[in-house]
Design a binder for this molecule. Structure first.
Ligand code: KG4
Ligand code: ZN
Length: 335
């Protein structure tokens, strides 16, 4: 089954073709970051206009690269939410028009389900597994009992992990989006300096998270140590912050995987690109013999359309057999 995926939920216009949910034939992304950088965050109106200007050209280029025409495509998968409404409407309407014109079934996809499915693109991963999903807007632990049968075990009670990264990066005057810049700064710290600062792990019940207290702790530290030391120790503080986030996510995933007795762990979402998170998860789960760990390559952690096309395949193949794709139900409930 050849699925054309379309993703326009935020500031990336993305189109891809994926075969049978796992083989990416072509994936193109036009990032708007260079534009939104000027304002330090996404301007929704600008984002929608840029999607509109880009989407048709990108669909043509993606099909060409895969050596296909729209007639060869079996289904069209398009992100329906969550995201910026104006941006979503551009991609969704283009998907709908293609579907009508060419008589191809349209599969609306929840963006978060797409992030999880990114893990099928480079591996032979099979359900069941536990997924730690951390993006700019969401932080969740999901037990994937089947390809479309899932249970959200825990989530953030306030800020998402990516949001915390971006806000702390802003305190450090790093460019938008802050996460990758903070990560780079933290990696410049020498091993023997690494423990000068330490933030406490936020304590929250069950498998839930909280990152707003941690963000405030960084702000208080900035006020306490003053501008000069703050500037001098910024990399050390970035390092302490991301180690704290990594330990917080890891501790909860260990507990959650024990609870559901699943030893297959996957990471997903833009924050899964973080070097400390990848390192701590590898350190723990690769050392524990009976666990398996899958982390998408960097290009499939952040937003892309191959993950949406993959999700389209799994939704089409397994969705009708299961009523438990909570993401899809959520989407339809709001549609
Ligand atoms: O999944 P994603 O591309 O978009 C959403 O669905 O939100 O995630 C974007 C988030 C942003 O907050 C960005 O700062 C963060 O992922 N991010 C990172 C890294 N790369 C991207 N955060 C920490 N370290 C990184 N290397
Ligand atoms: Zn995303």
């Amino acid at each position: 089954m050849l699925v054309l995926g379309i993703e326009t939920s935020c500031d990336e216009t993305a189109v891809a073709v994926v075969e049978d949910g796992r083989k990416c034939l072509s994936s193109k992304i036009f990032s708007q970051i260079f534009k939104h950088k000027e304002w330090g965050g996404v301007i929704p109106e600008v984002a929608s206009r840029m999607h509109l200007e880009t989407i048709n050209r990108l669909i043509g280029e993606t099909l060409k690269e895969a050596n296909l025409t729209i007639q060869d495509i079996d289904r069209i998968a398009v992100t329906q939410g969550p995201g910026l409404i104006g941006s979503l409407m551009i991609g969704f309407n283009v998907g709908k028009i293609l579907s009508w014109l060419h008589h191809k079934p349209l599969i609306p996809i929840n963006h978060l389900y797409g992030h999880i499915c990114a893990n099928f693109l480079e591996t032979e991963l099979e359900a069941p597994f536990v997924c730690m999903l951390a993006s700019g807007g969401h932080t969740q632990i999901i037990a994937m009992h089947d390809y479309t049968n899932m249970q959200i075990m825990g989530e953030t009670v306030d800020d998402a992990a990516g949001e915390a990264f971006d806000k702390v990066a802003r305190l450090m005057n790093l460019p938008y989006p802050g996460g990758p810049h903070l990560d780079k700064l933290a990696q410049s710290v020498a091993a023997n300096d690494a423990n000068k600062y330490k933030f406490p792990i936020p304590r929250v019940n069950d498998f839930n998270f909280s990152f707003s207290g941690l963000k405030t702790a960084v702000l208080r530290l900035k006020e306490k140590i003053g501008t000069e030391i703050w500037e001098q120790d910024k990399a050390l503080i970035a390092h302490a912050f991301q180690e704290c986030v990594a330990r917080t996510l890891l501790d909860k995933v260990i507990l959650a995987s024990e609870q559901v007795n699943l030893k297959s762990i996957v990471l997903a979402g833009g924050v899964a690109a973080n070097s400390a998170i990848r390192a701590r998860f590898k350190e723990y789960f690769c050392a524990e013999k009976d666990y398996s760990l899958i982390i998408p390559s960097l290009k499939f952690c952040t937003d892309n359309a191959a993950m949406i096309a993959s999700a389209g395949y799994f939704q089409a193949e397994y969705g009708s057999r299961s009523q438990a794709n909570v993401y899809q139900q959520d989407v339809f409930a709001r549609a």
